[in-house]
Write a protein that binds this ligand. Sequence first.
Ligand SMILES: Nc1ncnc2c1ncn2[C@@H]1O[C@H](COP(=O)(O)OP(=O)(O)OP(=O)(O)O)[C@@H](O)[C@H]1O
Length: 912
Amino acid sequence: MSQPQTIGLSEPETPPDATPPEKLSPMLEQYIEIKTANPGSLLFYRMGDFYELFFEDAEVASRALGIVLTKRGKHQGQDIPMCGVPIHRSDEYLHRLIALGHRVAVCEQLEDPSEAKKRGSKSVVKRDVVRLVTPGTLTEDTLLDARRNNYLLAIARARLSSVGTETRFGLAWIDMSTGEFRITECDRIMLSAEIARLEPGEILISDSLNTDIELIPLWRELPAVTPLGRDVFDSATAERRLTSFFAVATSDGFGALTRLEITAAAAAVTYIERTQIGQRPPLSPPLREAVASTMAIDQATRGNLELMRTLSGERRGSLLDCIDRTVTSAGSRLLAQRLSAPLTDVNAIARRLDAVACFVDDVAARADTRSRLAAAPDLARALTRIALQRGGPRDLAAVRDGIAAAHELARALAAIKDAPDEIADALGHCRKVDFALADELGRALGDELPLIKRDGSFVREGYDAALDDNRALRDESRRVIAALQARYADETGVKALKIKHNNVLGYFVEVTALNADKMLQPPLNATFIHRQTLAGQVRFTSTELGELEAKIASAADRALGLELDIFERLCAAVIAQGNAIKQCAEALARLDVASSLAALAAERGFARPLVDDSLTFAIEAGRHPVVEQALSRDGTPFVANDSDLSPPTEAQAGRIWLITGPNMAGKSTFLRQNALIAILAQMGSFVPAKAAHIGVIDRLFSRVGAADDLARGRSTFMVEMVETAAILNQAGNRALVILDEIGRGTATFDGLSIAWATVEHLHDINTCRALFATHYHELTALSARLPRLHNVTMKVKEWKGDVVFLHEVVAGAADRSYGIQVAKLAGLPPSVIERAKVVLAKLEQEDRAAPKGFEDLPLFAANYQPPAPSSEPTHERLIAAVAAINPDEMSPREAMEALYNLKARLRETDKQ
Ligand SMILES: Nc1ncnc2c1ncn2[C@@H]1O[C@H](COP(=O)(O)OP(=O)(O)OP(=O)(O)O)[C@@H](O)[C@H]1O
């Protein structure tokens, strides 16, 4: 994506070609004025039943949407390109444009065209932009994924020291469609992890962040980054903007927020105010997420573990897909949220687990909860649309049904004895929302509801006497029309005479062309006035019909007016209860998540994990939830495996398990399953294991498999090294590190050396719990020297020259690779397999005949010490060069270069 342009929300610039020439039509003049005031957005300009786009906007939209580009009039001697989208399909087109990264300014007609006509035949209908549609500010169900939050994330930055090396970021994120609003602060390293966790639909940054050389690569990777003028991120006015949005005197009520958090929060609400043009969504007050309250998982790890989607980008096959048994959209969103942000607070985790356990034990309550919730609508999103005056009758019905479902659920679950806090609290919120509102909505709304309020006929008969009177009049008039049609047919002798209606003519009499002649002759022409001749029909009106029409129209207008008044009144009643409704919606989502995780646990035999503040990591009979599910479809059992990375008694450092074994034996599966079990446990879910005891993990790192990152110009090996560098630099003793085949992407000895040094670093410096899978069997020798390193291997059997995988993890080291057997299983031609066997035998023979055993090489000796200084000056220079290197201050690329330099010098030394 190219570098995004700053969006001037407040101070529009004048585009060079926008200077109106002498003879512009008034409409075009108005268009240009509005377009100029909304730079950076495609302008949807309302004209009757269409949104029209002109000039470059038309060209962009017609290309993006595949719709016809036409022209309308001229401007500066050139045809004006134009294209249009019909109102009834505008959501669909908006969705496609937003998905492509465009922003759209929706410009509506603000008065009836008849009002404009009163000012003179040339005057244009008043129009203005009523809303800017951007990826992070969507509210329509048709534009949103019901199962995902759509966050708008504002990022503010502050440099703490005068030299500007220590940088902090304030983050504020809002899901406008549900009102959720959170803030936190983090450092540069955590910034990427936080963005990866939130997966925002749109990111707001200041101009200066947008052009910061260090951050440009980060912005480039993200789908929708909106740079904004300095005023939006001005920290001096931030507090005022934030408090005025919430109409409170001070931000103290939001908790102790840092200045940076307030700046980010103010930027987010300012953007919402400006894009919603005065409408305020019902946002919750900003809730501060304590630093380090969630497990940090960087983007690479999330991708590798396929948490929210698979490596190919699909939800199907991801962990989320595998564990999602929720029955409501809000529940599904909350589950995704929890999965992407596992907790680190053991009490909060236990609280969630208690709720799941309660529903695991109480089968009846679980079934009842799930069936009741399945019928509950998306309360939070309906509420937001109502508050933004974008709601329709079906949103009111959603509120009605949501409240009713909440009360029924609270009644049904009252029977649960000693309900855990999480459930008791949720039920409290379900009860708190006023049932009288649902009752009122129930009485007011009819059974069949239109999508938009202007279609009318949504208020139930008998609810409002005045409305009923007008409807009767309207319907009565319709009967009169039918009677009139019969009378006219009789009077004219034209049996096929019809009275019809359309938007252009209103009511009219229609006869076939054959019958038209006598209508145009006396005496009938005294009654029937000719209006229109079509190919087969001729249309007339009459004074009587005109009068009737006026009567019908005014009765229908009055009825609709009354319905709209009732609609507004009901909306106001809903908004007045906005907070209670929002909390009730959240409570329903929490009950959905707890009961659905219980359903999952019961269905798949998951166990409650014990999560505490120790450094334990002991899993008994753990399984990979996704692989197990996939295998079960073909009836293949999954082999459960134990793992224990707990520190030896008294030690404060975890163990490392070094896993060797042939390809396809299940190493990667074992590695991943341990990471997934930790994530599930800390998000508050039961886990696929017989038992699990996990000391809270604060950061999870995983480097699994190899993938090129061509978009960023990094080779497989480079990606691997960058990710490994991040792990070695950042993992502390509370981290869990999963490393799979480090060093595979380069020459054998280089790779082996890097893997060797990495294990040593993890053991001695990071002291974290780790799982390390490798094909370098030489590494197993390290266990002799590193006390917390344990060798395990994947058990295999050889049977008639073929390899059989048992998928069992046992102590010890693999004796061989079985690469050729696996290649045979994969279907390599027999001739290639036979040839490979010959080559392997030769290589193994030479290896045995080699003068030096591998362990004797100084580099790989367990007790490796630098060689004694040589008296030769070239050696001294080399040693000095090594001493001058400070790996902690080097980027991975610099480290690689230094290594290559040293090797080159070593070669030169050898030649001398
Ligand atoms: N515990 C298990 N029980 C049953 N089947 C398993 C188990 N672990 C792995 N498998 C099966 O073996 C396949 C290969 O597993 P995996 O990719 O983990 O092997 P690997 O040793 O990492 O292989 P490679 O070294 O080639 O990457 C899986 O797709 C799965 O079908």
